[in-house]
Design a protein around this ligand. Structure first.
Ligand code: BG6
Length: 497
């Protein structure tokens, strides 16, 4: 795809995300010669820094550049740094942007970038609308000499109401096609591959429905705790931090109907339809029966003392914010009627892993039952991360007399496609926005539909009568009670066990 000359303006340029994610992604794109010929980055934030200090901080002295495993070429890095500039917004983002505008104009001239600009909002979310308004007031959102795009980081809203407000706020100054809401899970190859697995393989799609699927399970686990983000996390929790966005995005790709083509709007229309078909749980009993939350407690992991969530810096010692969330729900449409979905996400699990497990129904008539193991439990496991790949579990006959059935694996690893360079999620998403492809960005109605499902759960957890908060030791797969969610005395599949 064609990539036009452009300027990338990053608001919140002295922040953690810029250093950790955006700059390494840009450097890798530069090394891979994917960036446009005439391209500069203008960082803007509230710190007082010169261009040189900015270059030093985010690039030259960065500890986050990974070079994708290759040695970092210092000359290349230095050359790239010459395209980085910085503008101090004078203590607040709510200020006149005339200086910023002049800087953009002068960079445009000296680097011949034409008038195309991406504004990347990586500020605290309370400032998103302010920045959009200030850009508009100084005429920096007009598209008459080059396009303007706005990338918005998560969290996108705190609830349905705030998400709607934010959508309306941004749409006052930018049109919906100009707004790119980032969800870095959509930048992951394995997440995108869900579309290909389903819609380009006739061995899967015909089975992808209530006739053949018993239930769907999604696990997202991290071994880390809240790290240095206690302050942020305590106001957020697992449901807002991971489930409303990343996990419901995965759910929408598992649930959606085939789009008629791969145009961004066709795919996003189907995703919205999928999210709107999630059965919203409203009464307390349903919420009690189908949701579980928990917090990690102080414990010893591999001989080391690990703090409990409530003892973490920035966390209220009597906090009721969940670090573990497990939700069972149904999808009210033709394809999924009656199929339970089980989704859980947590910090301080035994390992970092995200996987989707499609559990197939047992064959209607089983003729090998008397052999002990039977052919039930066909599973398709999509490993989102790590060990990205796909695993199919199926029954085979054990050699010898009789019909003893054993489970075997068909296992595909992405790493076996070793010549293919797998882009990091941020590389892929930045490149897409630079090319004007919004397929992997969330549309306003998508984000709102996801909040619509999550809001009543959050409300119940906050105000409900019989809400429980379980504890779990760091390094285990959450509270045992989480198995109670699974029908037929089933239990969660713990990856690697
Ligand atoms: C972020 C959350 O969106 O995703 C973090 O705020 C979480 O809490 C992270 O750690 C997980 O991303 P990944 O790509 O490492 O699975």
């Amino acid at each position: 795809k064609k990539i036009e000359d452009q300027i990338l303006v990053i608001f919140g340029a002295s922040g953690d995300l810029t250093a950790r994610k955006l700059i390494p992604a840009l450097f890798n794109l530069y090394r891979a010669k994917q960036l446009p010929k005439n391209f500069v980055v203008l960082g803007a934030s509230r710190s007082d820094m010169s261009d040189e200090e900015f270059r030093d901080k985010v690039l030259l002295k960065s500890s986050y550049l990974n070079g994708n495993g290759a040695e970092i070429d210092e000359k290349l890095l230095h050359d790239f740094s010459q395209r980085f500039f910085y503008e101090d917004l004078g203590g607040t983002y709510d200020t006149e942007y005339s200086k910023l505008r002049k800087r953009v104009e002068s960079l445009k001239k000296s680097f011949n970038t034409s008038g195309n600009i991406i504004y990347y909002l990586s500020t605290p979310p309370t400032l998103y609308e302010t920045v959009a308004r200030r850009l508009s007031e100084s005429g920096m959102n007009t598209q008459n000499n080059g396009w303007k795009r706005l990338i918005v980081e998560k969290p996108f809203g705190y609830s349905l109401e705030t998400a709607k407000k934010l959508n309306q706020g941004l749409q006052k100054y930018f049109t919906e096609p100009q707004i790119y809401r980032i969800d870095h899970y959509l930048g992951k190859e394995t997440v995108q591959n869900l579309l290909v697995t389903r819609f380009s393989n006739s061995i899967f799609e015909p089975l992808w429905n209530r006739n053949y699927i018993k239930h769907v399970e999604i696990t997202n686990a991290e071994s880390v705790g809240v790290e240095k983000r206690g302050g942020y996390y305590d106001k957020s929790g697992a449901l807002r931090d991971m489930f409303q966005n990343h996990l419901l995005q995965i759910v929408s790709l598992v649930v959606m109907e085939p789009p008629i083509g791969n145009h961004p709007e066709e795919i996003r229309n189907e995703k919205v339809k999928a999210l709107k078909s999630l059965r919203i749980m409203r009464d307390e009993q349903t919420l009690f029966d189908n949701t579980i939350r928990a917090q990690y407690v102080a414990s010893e992991v591999k001989g080391e003392e690990v703090k409990g969530y409530r003892q973490e810096d920035g966390v209220d010692p009597s906090s009721t914010t969940e670090t573990f969330a497990a939700i069972k729900f149904y999808v009210d449409n033709w394809r999924w009627h009656g199929v339970p979905f089980y989704v859980r996400t947590a910090k301080r699990m035994p390992t970092k892993v995200t996987e989707i497990v499609i559990h197939f129904k047992t064959p209607h008539h089983q003729i090998f039952m008397d052999s002990g193991v039977n052919s039930k439990d066909n599973k398709l496991i999509v490993r989102i991360q790590p060990d990205e790949g796909i695993l199919v579990k199926f029954g085979v006959k054990v050699p010898g007399q009789g019909f003893k059935v054993e489970r075997a694996n068909l296992d595909f690893y992405y790493s076996s496609l070793s010549e293919t360079y797998v882009m990091d999620a941020y590389e892929r998403l930045l490149l897409d926005a630079m090319q004007g492809d919004a397929t992997l960005y969330a549309r306003a109605d998508e984000v709102e539909a996801a909040w619509e499902f999550v809001d009543p759960i959050l409300d119940y957890w906050k105000n409900g009568k019989d809400v429980r908060m379980y504890g779990y030791a760091a390094g285990v797969w959450g509270p045992e009670n989480a198995d109670d969610l699974i029908d037929d005395n089933g239990f969660w599949r713990n990856p690697g066990e």
